[in-house]
Design a protein around this ligand. Structure first.
Ligand code: ADP
Length: 275
């Protein structure tokens, strides 16, 4: 379980808080999703969880323990994180890169064991990069690199997986496979926290959605409660309708044609132009 309680954070010299009094939790066994417009504070939550920035107020807990009480290695054993941006720096075959995920479990007195090797193989299979095992990470496409990074996080193991926009570069087949995998991991008892702009996929797969807006929680709960047209129009500043997914009946957002006013206000008429 990952829990943020009344968390407030501000970047140095920023004029406003990136997060103000945000409370949310991601429970084991549930796929929890954080959604919200650009700049709403989603990645800041991940930075705070990784202790890459200080917070002004509030508590962050993993398994009911404040994150300050974990040493770096222990934190990495419990929570695997796939940040939004990360470039491949060194030339390395994919399988060796994925094996780096096991590093927090190894150390000077414990080299890689057969179990580590098996976990790396499984992670590569699950993330769809088994075929790329011998390829150099510097020579991967955007989508392949994304899947290699997810494989590394899967190899890391631990109770919790946090992914910041994990499917941005993926085609529809790989994206669906990834969401199916996240749902399976959650069902197996892991805590899975996904940040994504793919509201419609989130509505199909997530148990809980948290909608952030300007550093605050605008709505939270099961997808049908959060996917309300009035709330989403206000937060995304765009006219839209919420309908039902024809395949599974999940709430589905359909943005309407329109123009965004420079003030950021809603277009006057959200009706579709006739062509
Ligand atoms: P999101 O991930 O939802 O797009 P972020 O968490 O990255 O949003 O950003 C939240 C707010 O903090 C935004 O207003 C953004 O401009 C600001 N911000 C993000 N990173 C920095 C930074 N390094 N320095 C100053 N402000 C930042």
């Amino acid at each position: 379980m990952i829990r943020f309680h009344e968390v407030t954070a501000r970047y140095p010299r920023a004029t406003r808080e990136a997060l103000s009094g945000v409370s949310l939790s991601a429970a084991a066994g549930t796929l929890t999703a954080i959604v919200g417009p650009n700049g709403s504070g989603k990645s800041t939550l991940v930075r705070l969880l990784l202790r890459r920035m200080p917070r002004q107020a509030g508590r962050i807990e993993i398994a009911s323990r404040p994150i300050e009480t974990f040493d770096a290695r222990d934190l990495a054993r419990r929570v695997a994180v796939v940040p939004q941006r990360e470039s491949a720096v060194f030339s390395l075959p994919v399988h060796e890169y994925v094996a780096l995920g096991r590093y927090p479990h190894e150390g000077p007195w414990r080299a890689a064991m057969p179990r580590d090797v098996a976990l790396v193989e499984q992670a590569m299979g699950d993330a769809g990069v088994a075929d790329l095992a011998m390829r150099d990470i510097l020579a991967l496409s955007g989508g392949e690199w994304q899947r290699a990074r997810i494989a590394r996080a899967l190899a890391q193991g631990g109770d919790a997986l946090v992914l910041d926009e994990p499917t941005t570069f993926l085609d529809v087949g790989h994206e669906m496979a990834m969401f199916e995998l996240f749902a399976t991991l959650a069902r197996s008892g892991r805590t899975v926290l996904v940040i994504s702009h793919q509201l419609n996929l989130i509505a199909r797969f997530a148990g809980v959605m948290v909608l952030l807006h300007e550093g605050r929680v605008a709505a939270a709960g099961p997808p049908h409660a959060v996917m309300q047209a009035s709330t989403l129009e206000r937060v995304y500043q765009w006219p839209l309708v919420v309908t039902r997914d024809p395949a599974v009946g999940a709430p589905t957002l359909v943005p309407l044609r329109g123009t965004r006013h420079s003030s950021g206000s809603l277009p006057l008429d959200g009706s579709e132009p006739r062509s």
